[in-house]
Design a protein around this ligand. Structure first.
Ligand SMILES: Cc1cc2nc3c(=O)[nH]c(=O)nc-3n(C[C@H](O)[C@H](O)[C@H](O)COP(=O)(O)O)c2cc1C
Length: 462
């Protein structure tokens, strides 16, 4: 046990204060009362329509006793700042920092233990939740990170699971990704024991990024959080099950998931842009609710928003970029566009040999669990711009020659077009120019552009 104070660098409130001071232009602070039903979602969708991705702080939400912070992850530039990455180096910096894993440091007290409610006093109506879409079944926790520990090794797992209130002391939740938490639940199920869990609602953005990384079963995402912070994650044990959760968490719900219990859950507005009924319908039985005395509800906007997609894809993109460049050094960049939700991937490369783009695409289709379509382009194409990629496809690509598909692979459970058995096809589109391509790019001289800039500055300013 460590009597040290938890490190203030891991405090979401301090992050928010510092960010507001350093980048006030990047935060929309709303002082008016915002409805709990779709109010925050409305703001985020309207900001997006204006091509803005501000972090959103709503100080007053009707019917809730806490402020709401949302859209934190909507901008890649902001995530670069949070990671101290120079612009354009997001993937490399994420990977470098995540690789420096540090085990959590246990401290004996922390703000999340300010208020502890257990047993018959537990009432999930006291946990703040928003309704995100009118098509949602109920208000949802969208930022809930379930922490659980392997019964034999104690190695932890963290993953996000949408949750709604089922009863005073039960949440209905979905484990549809069927990742490591699902595997762990099955282990507990085989031993006929409920799985102790702690759901963390709100923490520092680096902790949240660590929770969405997809790492092998024997890697504890809490050690990735340590890597991202550059210091061990400070944790306290939950009172009933002793699960190690961030000392600076805003709210924690502690309880158990029984592998056999089921409850209705969904539909919920998912990353596919569809309201999804697909759910594993699990039940989290709540024993204790812990909260800071002044929590902020850190909400993750659902649907196919940049926020939801970035949080899930940046760790995955970073891992894929590293893997693919290790094997194929001619790969220059990788980008998962918002237009493709989690299903499209663009890759830019300097092709040295015929067929190289096809090989790279095969690698990506095989490694990434969600990617359905890869488009390969030459390195001069800006893959962060959908229009440029579509132009490359329009002008460099011949369907009879430049595409291949692979059928019958496991796909995302939330892809509404996937088969009833959950399988999907995957497709590779080679939009690189290739060795036999002939074409000269049109040129607008720099002199003409400079003269036009001067003329426009004068004309538009006058
Ligand atoms: C914001 C967000 C919400 C998510 N919601 C869910 C969910 O409701 N259910 C689910 O199974 N996976 C969800 N995921 C995906 C899992 O968190 C992801 O598959 C997980 O990191 C896999 O982790 P694991 O293999 O460590 O369990 C979500 C991811 C993010 C970033």
């Amino acid at each position: 046990m460590n009597h040290a104070e938890p490190s203030p660098r891991q405090d979401l409130h301090r992050f928010l204060d510092d960010y507001l001071e350093a980048h006030p232009e990047d935060v929309l602070v709303v002082e008016d009362v915002v409805p709990a039903q779709e109010g925050v979602t409305g703001l985020i969708y309207e900001l997006t329509a204006r091509r803005r991705s501000d972090m959103v702080l709503c100080r007053k939400i009707a019917g809730l006793d806490v402020p709401v912070l949302s859209n934190v992850f909507a901008s890649r530039a902001r995530i670069e700042r949070i990671l101290d990455a120079e612009p354009g180096r997001l993937h490399e910096v994420y990977q470098q920092r995540a690789a420096r894993r540090l085990e959590p440091r246990e401290v004996d007290d922390g703000p999340v233990l300010d208020l502890v409610v257990s047993g018959d006093d537990v009432d999930l109506a006291t946990v703040p939740m928003l309704t995100h879409f009118s098509s949602d079944r109920a208000p949802y926790v969208t930022s809930g990170i379930i922490v659980a520990e392997d019964p034999d090794t104690g190695v932890g797992n963290m993953s996000y699971h949408r949750s709604m209130v089922h009863s005073r002391n039960e949440l209905a939740t979905s484990l549809h990704s069927r990742g490591d938490l699902w595997r762990m639940l099955n282990t507990y199920g085989e031993r006929r024991r409920p799985m102790p869990v702690a759901m963390v609602i709100g923490g520092h953005p680096l902790f949240m990024l660590a929770a969405s990384s997809r790492v092998p079963y024997d890697v504890d995402e809490r050690s990735i959080a340590g890597g991202l912070f550059g210091e061990p994650l400070d944790v306290v044990r939950t009172p009933r099950h002793g699960i190690r959760v961030p000392a600076w968490a805003e709210i924690v719900i502690e309880g158990t998931i029984d592998a056999t219990a089921r409850a209705d859950e969904g539909p919920f507005g998912e990353f596919s842009g569809y309201s999804s009924h697909r759910s594993t319908n699990n039940v989290l039985h709540v024993d204790t609710i812990l909260r800071r005395h002044d929590p902020v509800l850190l909400d993750v906007e659902g649907g196919n928003t940049d926020e939801h997609l970035n949080l899930a894809r940046i760790p995955r993109e970073s891992e894929m970029a590293e893997k693919i460049r290790d094997r194929f050094p001619d790969v220059r960049a990788l980008h998962y566009p918002t237009s493709g939700t989690h299903f499209h991937c663009y890759v830019a490369l300097r092709q040295q040999r015929p067929g190289q783009a096809r090989q790279v695409m095969l690698g990506l289709l095989g490694w990434d669990p969600y990617v359905k379509t890869v488009v390969a382009v030459d390195e001069d194409v800006d893959i962060t711009n959908d229009s440029e990629v579509l132009w490359a496809l329009a002008t460099h690509f011949q369907p009879h020659r430049d595409l291949f598909t692979v059928d019958g692979l496991p796909g995302s459970p939330l892809d509404p077009s996937s088969g009833s058995d959950g399988t999907t096809s995957r497709m590779a589109l080679d939009a690189t120019r290739g060795p036999d391509f002939h074409g000269d790019r049109i040129v607008v001289s720099e002199a003409a552009r400079a003269a036009a800039r001067t003329l426009l500055d004068q004309t538009l300013d006058s």
